[in-house]
Structures are given as structure tokens and as C-alpha cells.
Design a protein around this ligand. Structure first.
Ligand code: COA
Length: 215
């Protein structure tokens, strides 16, 4: 959970790993905030990206050495693997904190984390590596978010809550204060979590209940 203290953080020059909608969205935010995207890596793009497609991820070994890397993959496990790949190729991993986010000076942000506009991280929040905080998210004081976890647009977390690694919190979900959420929990859009979640898998509804796996 170590990380630099920061408010806005816009990397000057980046290559984005990812060629889909997430990459499109992230590049638009970054460029509007003054960053330069020198290219994208991954599968051949299926949408119009605002910088060249450089090829599959292995091209990172030789691509522009001045560019740091941001990973645009919504699946937490994939994001974890891509960050490890980039590190293995000797790349510097960037983080992105949009200028319209508010991050308390006492908060800590792990490398490779992305924080979108209008999100608020209150005092002493801690983010692990590669965390995604989407737009309009609120995180209460001293809450800890494990590596590669996703917080969907508009979700709210109370203070002193602890989320594990690779957790997905859906659009508009709410998690009250002082709860423990285990690794790999998936919290559905609009859910209200009012008890600790000790079991990976899907949790939906108000209050959130575990959803059986499909047969
Ligand atoms: C929870 C979730 C992962 C389940 O997806 P899934 O495995 O494909 O499940 P299904 O769509 O087959 O739904 C299974 C059952 O759960 C119910 N369900 C699914 N999501 C639900 C939700 N968010 N709240 C309440 N019930 C939900 C369905 O109605 C269905 O019920 P039924 O069997 O009685 O018909 C998904 O619906 C969800 O909420 N994802 C979050 C998406 C999101 O926020 N993305 C962020 C993008 S930035």
C-alpha cells in the first residue's frame, strides 16, 4: 500500500496497454488533462483510437523509452497480468489522478492506479497497486482498497472499510463503514453492502446477498 501522496497526477507521456473502450475513455481523459499518448498496445483495435496502434504487447520492449505505461483493462485479473508483463519488459508504470479528483494529502496511491474525475478520497485512504477508481466515487477516511480492485462509477464506501484484491464494485453500489470485503468479491450494480463479505463471487441487491453460481 505504499505510494506517493498527490492531488493531480497527469503523466506527461504514456503508452496505453489496451485497445478497446476503456483505452479510448482513458486516453480522452488523459489528453484533455494535458498528457500525451504515444501509442496503444494489445489486440488490433476495434474502435478509432487517437494515437497509433503499436502492435501486440511484446512491442513494449522496444517502444518509446520516454513513455511510461498505463494499463486500460477492466478485468482485474487481466490488469494484474498486463502490469506484470509491462514490469517484466522493464517499463515504468505510471499512475493517473485526474485534476478534477480530490485526493486528501494523507492518502496513498499504489503504482498503476487510475483515479477519474469528481472522485473524492478522504483522509488516510490507501490504494494498492493498479486500482481503478471510476468517476464520481466517494471513499471515506482510512479505507483500504486492495490491488487491482475496481470501483465503478458513482459508488460510495464508508470509512475504515477494507476491500481485498481484484474486487469489483458495480455502478452506484454502496458499502458502509468498517466492513471487510474478501478478495475477488463482485458487488453488483446498485447493491448495498451492510455486512462483511467473506466469500468470493457475486453479491447483489439491497441488502447485498450472495448469488449462486450458474449450474
Ligand atoms: C452482478 C453481475 C456481475 C451479475 O452478472 P451475471 O453473472 O451476468 O448475472 P445475470 O445477469 O445472469 O443475473 C443473475 C441474476 O442476478 C440478478 N442480478 C444481476 N445483477 C444484479 C444487480 N446488480 N442487482 C440485483 N440483481 C441482479 C439478475 O436479475 C438475475 O436474477 P434472476 O436469476 O432472478 O433472473 C452484474 O449484473 C452486475 O451488476 N455487474 C456490475 C456492472 C458494472 O457496474 N460495471 C461497471 C462498468 S464501468
Amino acid at each position: 500500500m505504499d505510494g506517493a501522496v498527490m492531488t493531480a497526477l497527469v503523466p506527461r507521456r504514456v503508452i496505453i496497454m489496451g485497445t478497446g473502450g476503456f483505452a479510448l475513455e482513458l486516453s480522452a481523459l488523459l489528453m484533455a488533462a494535458g498528457g500525451v499518448v504515444t501509442g496503444f498496445t494489445g489486440p488490433a483495435p476495434d474502435c478509432a483510437l487517437p494515437a497509433p496502434w503499436l502492435g501486440e504487447d511484446h512491442v513494449l520492449a522496444d517502444a518509446d523509452p520516454e513513455s511510461a505505461v498505463l494499463v486500460a483493462a477492466g478485468n482485474p485479473g487481466l490488469r494484474q497480468n498486463l502490469l506484470r508483463t509491462a514490469e517484466g519488459l522493464g517499463r515504468r508504470i505510471a499512475s493517473f489522478v485526474h485534476p478534477a479528483a480530490w485526493v486528501a494529502p494523507s492518502a496513498g496511491i499504489g503504482a498503476g492506479s487510475l483515479i477519474y474525475p469528481n472522485s473524492t478520497l478522504h483522509a488516510a485512504v490507501r490504494l494498492g497497486q493498479g486500482v481503478l477508481i471510476n468517476s464520481n466515487v466517494t471513499i471515506g477516511h482510512e479505507t483500504e482498497i486492495g490491488a487491482f480492485t475496481n470501483l465503478g462509477p458513482g459508488c460510495s464506501l464508508g470509512g475504515r472499510t477494507r476491500l481485498g484484491e481484484r474486487v469489483i464494485v458495480g455502478i452506484g453500489a454502496t458499502i458502509i463503514e468498517r466492513l471487510e470485503i474478501c478478495d475477488d468479491a463482485v458487488i453488483g450494480a446498485g447493491a448495498a453492502v451492510i455486512r462483511p463479505l467473506s466469500r468470493p463471487g457475486r453479491w447483489v441487491g439491497v441488502p447485498a446477498r450472495w448469488l449462486e453460481q450458474n449450474p
